[in-house]
Design a protein around this ligand. Sequence first.
Ligand code: HEM
Ligand code: MG
Length: 333
Amino acid sequence: LPPNPPGPLEFNGTKLVNDRDHPWKPLQKGDIRGPCPGLNTLASHGYLPRDGVATPTQIIQAVQEGFNMDSGTARFVTYAAHLVDGNLVTDLLSIGGKTKKTGADPPPPAIVGGLNTHSVFEGDSSMTRGDDFFGDNHSFNQTLFDQFVDYSNRFGGGFYNLTVAAELRHRRIEESIATNPQFDFTSPRFFTAFAESTFPYTFFVDGRISDRTSAGLDMPNATLFFRDSKFPNDFWRPPAPTGGTGALEIFSAYPIAAGRNINGVNTFTPDPTSADFSNICLLYTNFVNRTVKGLYPDPKGVLRRNLIINLGYFYDAFGAADTCPEQFPYGTL
Ligand code: HEM
Ligand code: MG
């Protein structure tokens, strides 16, 4: 049985996380990294298995311990990723590409492709990774990182903060509209894009710095996290559990409807069936009834049982029981 999710941290203040028990190590043959600089860093420091294949429990524990991500956000993001990218029978998820290490595959249309899988979780207009259309949606992209630095210099005095986040998010969306004929900015990417824009100034800034949000992330440390999957020397995690606040402010600076390029570049068209900030419940219901159900139209046995269990953990993490009823596409146990 997939175990119950781990609870919140017992001690949830700041502390040294680049410690002697968690040294950075270079990649060994076969080690997997992917589109998420947070998880990459945790794997390269041994908070996650260094080969990049982990259980949801290990991921939730690692993001809490290493970055003080709050329990609700950690569980929501992790079970979302596991449901679409992980192996629900072996309970293993690759933080990058597809691998045999996650075990035998369920029947198609299931993918079990790890976090690199395009469009079920990973999506377009990332800050430091290219759009899937251009051939690599997961590797550190120096050209895009140069733009990240340029925007931090122009709008943040050399630091990535909320102001920079809003400008760069807008810029990356405009770039994708103008250059990626398959640009897709519908839910869940619509939400993860704005949420992930908050993560660098939330999680990559030392916990001992006061007023951390406005202080922002300096470029040497940004380079360590994004490119090298490496904590700065003497790095302390944030002083309190957080999910990365400011996503709505970043959206509100340049509001855009959820949508996609429907007929080549510069044909961005709103999709009214996508969830957006005015209908958060739809983020949950569409993810369950379209994305997960699309991958698992008719599961049997242990697979069905584990889908039901993981969907339950996902719904609990969503935390909107009063306004958004639970969905049971596979019935109940
Ligand atoms: C991006 C998964 C936690 C920081 C991503 C992406 C995935 C992902 C799939 C790629 C989305 C895309 O850009 O197309 C996860 C999962 C987590 C998690 C399953 C489990 C809780 C974290 C944490 C941090 C973090 C704790 C920070 C410490 C980021 C950032 C990006 C990102 C900054 C955007 C990268 C960019 O736009 O270039 N994550 N993540 N993530 N993640 Fe994570
Ligand atoms: Mg991406």
